[in-house]
Design a protein around this ligand. Structure first.
Ligand SMILES: Cc1cc2nc3c(=O)[nH]c(=O)nc-3n(C[C@H](O)[C@H](O)[C@H](O)COP(=O)(O)OP(=O)(O)OC[C@H]3O[C@@H](n4cnc5c(N)ncnc54)[C@H](O)[C@@H]3O)c2cc1C
Length: 470
């Protein structure tokens, strides 16, 4: 792969000078996402303003064998949008137009660089709902959400991003513009290429436009926070609540260390008088007055059975927001205030208590003196294991220890038939561990698919799997 050490004239044939950035600050800012432990080393940053310019860039890179890193809001946590090897960063930030909302068919069409929160707000303005919701929604782009098949808080009710993508336009590794599925709900005409691109982390194509499905807007969200002494009880609460209420839209979990960490770094109120070992945040949509009462009675019954040790039901929208913030701030707090190694794991829901027990037993042995924060979308079997660096370790030694011990962590995952990446993607972070959850046969097929979409191997090379030697 050719490295570029100077302002390459190639791109100025079809881009304006302000669309080609190369100052050290810009290369650093655009060359990195939120993943820790990887150094940015980008050669150039390109800011195309049209689909044609994206095609021109890709064709130019294809002809000159220049590696490209597609870049969205750079909130990714697997280093998928990090350029470590002198690549050119192609940022979608100027392709940020909302194209149309069609209330009759409940769709929204937009360019890939639109910020996720803007989609949520536009849906709301039209009385509709975009249910993909992440703590990073204020910065992530819809193209990035699709490229990572993002999950978030509401997967338990609405599924992940894949479920909300009707149509897509994307540029392949040869510069061809594909228009996939348009606005069709039904279209059984061969392979669904759109679904291959969803979750492909910029390795098969550059997504430039999307038609999203929108949902009916819930009128209200009802939230409660439960405290418990055991993970088994947290899961049994989930069973009881889901048995009685159909519209459970979030069931989130976190431990004592997580709430202590958030309260330490944010001026927030502890909703309980003491700190408890485990917490479950429950969100249900559209409860009628009588259902609200039933919700409170259900929780009271669970309390009397001693499956929970305390509970607070939000009475106002402010309280409801505060409860959700306690959960949402965990990821951002660990990233902003600590050196952290993040593991985003999944196991079948029925194994989650056993898996957590195993992690709680093993983690202190694998990471002595490092606080281990467990939280996640437990209703989907998705657990975030955040390991914080201890003061005794140098940063490099810490990451070396984490990458070495990930093998043990992923062996446990394998035993539970789980996944080494539930929703953050493989990127560079999980690349060398893919075999813990995908077979050789699957990886060979994936490599073959990449070659078809990207014959020169210029799209995000080294992400998901190491580039093949020529
Ligand atoms: C505080 C915080 C909370 C988070 N919570 C969640 C969560 O709950 N659930 C979850 O799933 N994730 C979560 N994330 C991770 C992250 O926000 C998601 O992965 C998000 O979807 C990434 O979008 P982005 O636009 O920032 O993409 P980027 O980080 O820019 O890129 C991510 C990947 O997609 C590729 N890419 C980006 N745009 C395109 C495009 N247009 N075409 C082709 N490839 C592209 C990149 O090359 C890269 O491989 C969180 C992150 C943070 C910082």
């Amino acid at each position: 792969m050719r490295r570029i050490h100077y302002m390459d004239k190639l791109f100025l044939d079809f881009l304006q000078p302000d669309q080609v950035l190369n100052s050290p600050e810009e290369l650093l800012a655009y060359g990195k996402d939120w993943a820790k432990g990887f150094k940015a080393n980008a050669s150039l940053v390109l800011l195309p303003k049209s689909y044609e310019q994206v095609q021109q860039i890709v064709k130019c890179c294809y002809e000159n064998k220049i590696a490209l890193v597609p870049s969205g809001g750079r909130t990714g946590l697997s280093a998928g949008a990090t350029a470590t090897n002198g690549e050119v960063v192609l940022s979608l930030e100027k392709l940020n137009k909302l194209i149309s909302v069609e209330p009759t068919q409940r769709t929204l069409t937009c360019q890939a660089g639109v910020i996720t929160q803007k989609i949520q707000e536009t849906a709301k303005e039209n009385g509709l709902y975009f249910p993909i919701d992440l703590a990073s929604a204020g910065s992530s782009q819809i193209g990035g959400n699709v490229a990572t098949n993002a999950g978030g808080l509401h997967v338990i009710r609405y599924g992940n991003t894949r479920h909300w993508i009707l149509g897509m336009k994307a540029v392949t590794g040869t510069g061809e513009l594909l228009e996939l599925n348009g606005e069709l709900v039904k279209n059984q005409t061969g392979y669904d290429l759109r679904n291959l691109l969803i979750g492909s982390e910029g390795t098969l194509g550059i997504i430039v436009e999307l038609t999203l499905k929108l949902a009916y807007r819930p009128k209200s969200f009802h939230r409660a926070l439960c405290a418990s002494d055991s993970m088994e009880n947290v899961l049994s609460v989930m069973g009881s609540v889901r048995e009685k209420f159909e519209r459970v839209s979030a069931f989130e979990f976190f431990t004592k260390d997580c709430i202590e960490c958030v309260l330490k770094h944010h001026p927030m109120r502890n909703p309980f008088e003491t700190i408890h070992p485990y917490y479950a945040l429950i969100e249900i949509e559209d409860l009628s007055e009588s259902e609200e009462e039933q919700f409170q009675e259900t929780l009271l019954g669970i309390f009397e059975e001693e499956r929970i040790t305390d509970v607070v039901v939000a009475q106002t929208s402010l309280q409801s927001e505060e409860l959700m913030l306690l959960r949402e701030r965990i990821g951002e707090t660990t990233s902003s205030h600590y050196t952290v190694h993040k593991n985003d794991l999944a196991v079948p829901v029925r194994h989650i208590a056993d898996f957590i027990r195993e992690v709680e037993e093993r983690a202190p042995l694998l990471f002595p003196d490092c606080p281990v924060l467990l939280f996640g979308h437990v209703g989907d079997g998705n657990l975030h294991v955040n390991i914080l660096k201890s003061d005794a370790l140098e940063v490099e030694d810490f990451f070396e220890l984490c990458h070495k011990n990930d093998h043990d962590m992923f062996t446990i995952i394998q035993q539970f038939s789980g996944s080494i990446s539930a929703e953050h993607g493989v990127g560079l972070l999980k690349r060398d561990y893919l075999q813990y959850c995908r077979s050789e046969a699957e990886i060979t097929l994936m490599r073959g698919i990449k070659k078809v979409f990207d014959p020169a191997g210029i799209l995000n090379p080294g992400k998901i799997f190491a580039p093949e030697r020529a």
